[in-house]
Ligand binder design. Structure first.
Ligand code: NAP
Length: 235
């Protein structure tokens, strides 16, 4: 991973920051992305700031995503890795979901990640290499009560990602989808559902599996990785 350039979207989140720390330790040049710039700066201070760029970006805005990719290429000249670890959860009963809730889920979890995939792949296509990691979650392939809006966005992201992967593999671009069960991160601070965070996966476990996929041999494509907490298995 030494000398590679990785964009971490959702870099200040539980999973994103754990991945950023691991990549920084391996000498990867990092582009840290989220909306809150003071949190991005705090993370950058903790990591090696010489090989690091901060680009505050709201990924629901395709113009801001284009700006992120342009700034990355201007600064580092290439994009080897994109980790899509930005997202949020609105978990409510079906008849409590407002149109704005549905919009928020689709705009961020589905469309925001699709925009970053498209923009990064335009550069990776020219390079004839790249690896995109989409952190979907287990609710991208299994249903759960109170999750219809969230599941819609995540099932949508899986549909997008699989078709996209079929198209971009001819340019040497790998796409890996991660289906984590509950991960103990600030994601759950904003969810009203009662959950037992002590039984969830750690962000460290999630980040280790992303590192595993990124370390695969050039000819190997880890397409999907499922990891669930022992207490809450979906088959
Ligand atoms: N935690 C879980 O149990 C779990 C399980 C499976 C999958 N996932 C998925 O994993 C991903 C990361 O989750 P997490 O647990 O690490 O969540 P988290 O700790 O809440 O972090 C979310 C990150 O996304 C960023 N973000 C939110 N809205 C954004 C926007 N519009 N533009 C750019 N960045 C934005 C946040 O920063 P700002 O607010 O500053 O923008 C933050 O860095 C999400 O897609 C989530 O659905 C989570």
């Amino acid at each position: 991973m030494n000398n590679k350039v990785a964009i971490i979207v959702g870099a200040t989140g539980g999973i994103g920051s754990a991945v950023a720390r691991k990549l920084a330790q391996m000498g990867t040049k990092l582009v840290l992305v989220a909306r809150n710039s003071s949190q991005l700066e705090a993370l950058a201070t903790e990591l090696d700031p010489t090989e690091l760029l901060i680009v505050p970006t709201d990924i629901t805005d395709p113009q801001q995503v284009e700006n992120l990719i342009q700034k990355t290429v201007d600064y580092f000249g290439q994009i080897d890795i994109l980790v899509n670890a930005a997202g949020a959860g609105i978990l409510k009963q079906w008849n409590k979901i407002e149109p704005t809730d549905l919009d928020a889920m689709l705009d961020l979890n589905l469309k925001g990640s699709a925009y970053t995939c498209q923009a990064a792949a335009n550069i990776m296509k020219q390079q004839k290499s790249g690896h995109i990691c989409n952190v979907v979650g287990i609710l991208g392939k299994h249903s759960m009560a109170m999750s219809s809006a969230y599941c819609a966005s995540k099932f949508g992201l899986v549909g997008f990602s699989k078709c996209f992967a079929d198209e971009v593999r001819r340019y040497g671009i790998k796409v890996t989808l991660f289906y984590f069960g509950g991960v103990d991160t600030p994601f759950w601070d904003h969810v009203s559902l009662k959950v037992d965070r002590s039984k969830m996966l750690s962000a460290e476990t999630a980040a280790n599996s992303i590192m595993f996929a990124l370390a695969a041999e050039p000819q190997a494509v880890p397409m999907e990785i499922n990891i669930q907490p022992e207490s809450h298995l979906f088959f």
